[in-house]
Write a protein that binds this ligand. Structure first.
Ligand code: BGC
Length: 729
């Protein structure tokens, strides 16, 4: 069957099913509950941790369409894959006993791999995947994650985050692909394509969910779930395009912004959820609420005068499924609203058809489709190798004065600092637990930075520090030990966190880390600074005084080995910054700033700019040219450039192509990334690259809020070169 015929067949089946459903059955489909509603804390014997009576009540009596989250046993954490398979099998067996046998879709936060399945392959987090500038790795991450989610018997992944990371204080910055619209669109869509393939009913594919539509990532005060003030032009230029790209890549579900933009909570925003998402972006799938957020229109936002009004507002704004998550109030209230005619049946039918369509597309109605076997599909050696490669390509060498790096394997290295000997600090939130901070649950066979260095060095590496992130470090001992070593590796940064629990008041490092750094620097030994964590904490004063700086962000489970590979020169670093690394805590100017931000005494002076990242070899780009001097606004233009490895080592380089619209009726960024390509070159080798810029690349949101290409001069920039062309009337 071709795609067109398949989609018509699904439409027919949905219509037929819908015509048989009662109001209660329909509203049940729109209800998503947390697993704890049907779970028991500890399962007796071999049983899955399910309370059968409560499961039957939810699925058979309340017609619940979806369940999410990992069991509470006695807290939410990753569980064995066999337990997952039993849980999902028990739920499907229960739904097969309902009148219409509509399967339950089980959703999970598999943020950088299958978070809640023990032993899964956990990749670098999105900020670090972005630092690889390698969409192929993002595609493979999607493939592997989908496989491991499906082998766990799960059906729906609440990933990727398509929010843009333009507010460094925000505790979910690391869940984004960074500050740039193009980079985030490319990395996010590659992930979706790997995750879903051409047909996500395939036994190893899973539907994705674009989060968190839209404007969630830009809280004005930097705290999670607080207001953003985003004007329509800014929304259309910076925040919508990544979601548009995700919709075009075929993601069939979208999760709503848990906070508010311009005074309107995400869950009440008809303009965003219906007019723009459906009308303009052409999205046909499910809009699912975020956690408890329909209720919060009443309990938190005071937008609704009652819980019932909250349900009405959200459903009428365009939310199709409610992540309630702990009770059946949404179900009860929506049934009442529909019976009273306050929510029209047409709106309920619309939401339910979207939900049923995704269930059909996911293959859930196909009883023949067995759960993917674990053997050969879970934590395979190839997947681990891909993860190791992703981790290596994510590490950013930011400073390397006098080629202090790489270090020799017989160098005596003192390793210290709160992030040197923990796995959690390399993985961040959504790792085994929600906050990712339970080090004792981390796999024993993965190596911390210290352990990986020790393994490679044959006993020349010493660690002085604590066992947990907040353990005090004996500075006197560190300084005394430094005397017996050739180098100090100083590992600073952040402990894991996500969402509101990660809120901070300043990007400054805590005093204990600053004191440790000052003492280590004063010891006179050469210091290599390594940072790990989800946000760019301010390191300026330290970085200025040390010869080597490595920015690790959140490189995942293989991060320790990847960092050791780079420190010892077993791998030539090639990661690049997907954000501007601020010099000071209020120095938040991004690379694609407006001219006014660098006018007169204003400057763009981050500690390290967007796209920065060194290698142990050197590269040069030259011969930048465009194939036409003049084009019409509806034409493409080709750009050519040659990149050469001018150093002594094989290495990878990402060539970044920026564009500037020289004069326009709306102020334009001084430059914007429009294309990039990562190449691997032997010493002395060169390669010619060609890029195509499309009218969309030249366009912006005009005075009347419509996307336009304006005639006039444009500049393209690669490395130190600039080439120009004109768009004619
Ligand atoms: C987060 C979402 C997540 C959801 C389900 C929410 O608190 O904002 O990103 O998908 O919980 O766990």
């Amino acid at each position: 069957m071709n795609a067109q015929a398949a989609s018509e067949a699904v439409e027919d089946r949905v219509e037929e099913l819908l015509s048989e459903m009662t109001l209660e059955e329909k509203v049940g489909q729109m209800t998503q509950i947390d697993f704890s509603v049907v779970g028991v804390p500890v399962a007796p014997g071999e049983e899955p941790p399910i309370d059968r009576a409560r499961l039957e009540d939810a699925v058979i009596n309340r017609h619940v369409g979806s369940i999410l989250n990992t069991p509470f046993t006695p807290f939410n954490k990753a569980i064995p894959i066999e337990t997952w398979r039993k849980i999902t099998a028990a739920i499907q067996e229960t739904s097969s006993r309902t009148r219409l046998k509509i399967p339950v879709i089980y959703g999970i936060d598999a943020i950088h791999g299958a978070t809640y399945t023990q032993g899964s392959v956990l990749f670098p987090q999105a900020i670090s995947m972005a630092a690889t500038f390698n969409p192929e790795l993002s595609f493979k991450e999607g493939e592997i994650t989908a496989r491991e989610v499906r082998a766990s018997g799960l059906h729906w992944n609440f990933s990727p985050v398509m929010d843009i990371g333009r507010q460094p204080l925000w505790p979910r910055l690391w869940e984004t692909y960074g500050e740039d619209v193009h980079l985030a669109s490319v990395m996010g869509t590659a992930y979706i394509k790997g995750h879903q393939g051409d047909d996500f009913s395939a036994p190893d594919k899973v539907p994705t969910c674009l989060k968190h539509y839209v404007g969630y990532s830009f809280p004005i005060n930097g705290k999670d779930r607080t207001p953003a003030w985003i004007g329509e032009r800014m929304l259309r230029e910076y925040f919508l395009p990544t979601f548009e790209a995700g919709v075009q890549a075929g993601s069939p579900t979208i999760m709503v912004n848990s906070a508010e933009v311009d005074g309107i909570p995400g869950h009440a925003n008809y303009q965003y959820l219906t007019t723009i998402l459906r009308g303009e972006l052409g999205f046909k799938g499910i809009a699912v609420s975020d956690w408890e957020d329909i209720k919060r229109l009443y309990t938190r936002d005071r937008l609704a005068a009652s819980p019932k009004e909250a349900v009405k507002i959200a459903v009428m704004a365009g939310v199709d499924m409610s992540m309630v998550p702990f009770d059946f109030t949404f179900y009860d209230l929506l049934v009442e609203l529909a019976q009273a005619g306050e929510v029209p049946m047409s709106r309920i039918d619309e939401a339910v058809s979207r939900i049923l369509t995704v269930k059909f597309q996911t293959g859930l109605f196909d009883p023949e489709r067995p759960v993917l076997p674990v053997e050969g599909h879970f934590a395979t050696p190839e997947a681990l190798e891909t993860n190791r490669q992703a981790a290596r390509e994510s590490i950013i060498l930011a400073k390397n004065d006098n080629h202090i790096l790489p270090l020799k394997k017989d160098a005596r290295i003192l390793v210290t600092g709160p992030t040197a000997n923990l796995l959690s600090v390399m993985n961040g939130g959504w790792t085994i637990t929600w906050q990712g901070d339970n080090e004792s649950l981390y796999p024993q066979d993965k190596l911390t930075v210290f352990e990986a260095l020790q393994k490679k060095s044959a006993g020349k590496v010493t660690y002085v520090g604590g066992q947990a992130f907040n353990d005090p470090i004996d500075i006197g001992k560190v300084v005394a030990e430094a005397k017996n070593h050739d180098y100090v590796l100083l590992a600073l940064g952040e402990k894991p966190y996500t969402e509101t629990l990660g809120n901070i008041d300043s990007l400054m490092l805590d005093q204990a880390q600053i004191d440790l750094a000052n003492a280590v620097i004063a010891s006179g030994k050469p210091v290599i600074l390594l940072t790990l964590g989800g946000r760019p904490r301010i390191i300026t004063a330290i970085a200025d005084k040390v010869p080597g700086v490595i920015l690790g962000f959140l490189p995942g489970m293989e991060g320790g080995e990847a960092i050791a590979d780079i420190l010892y020169g077993d791998y030539n670093p090639n990661g690049k910054l997907p954000i501007s690394y601020p010099r000071n805590t209020n120095d938040i100017v991004l690379y694609d700033h407006k001219p006014i931000e660098t006018f007169e005494s204003n400057t763009y002076k981050p500690l390290y700019p967007f796209g920065h990242g060194l290698s142990y070899t050197t590269f040069e780009t030259r011969g930048l040219s465009v194939d036409k001097a003049r084009i019409r606004g509806d034409e493409n233009i080709a750009v050519h450039v040659t990149v050469k490895n001018t150093g002594m080592l094989k290495g990878k380089e990402t060539v970044l192509l920026y564009l500037n619209d020289v004069a326009a009726s709306v102020t334009r960024p001084v430059k914007q990334l429009k294309a990039f390509r990562k190449v691997e070159l032997e010493p002395g080798q060169e390669q010619s690259l060609s890029f195509t810029l499309t009218p969309r690349d030249l366009s912006f949101i005009g005075v009347d809020m419509k996307r336009i290409v304006e005639p006039g001069e444009f500049k393209v920039m690669v490395g130190n070169e600039t080439a120009g062309f004109f768009v004619t009337e």
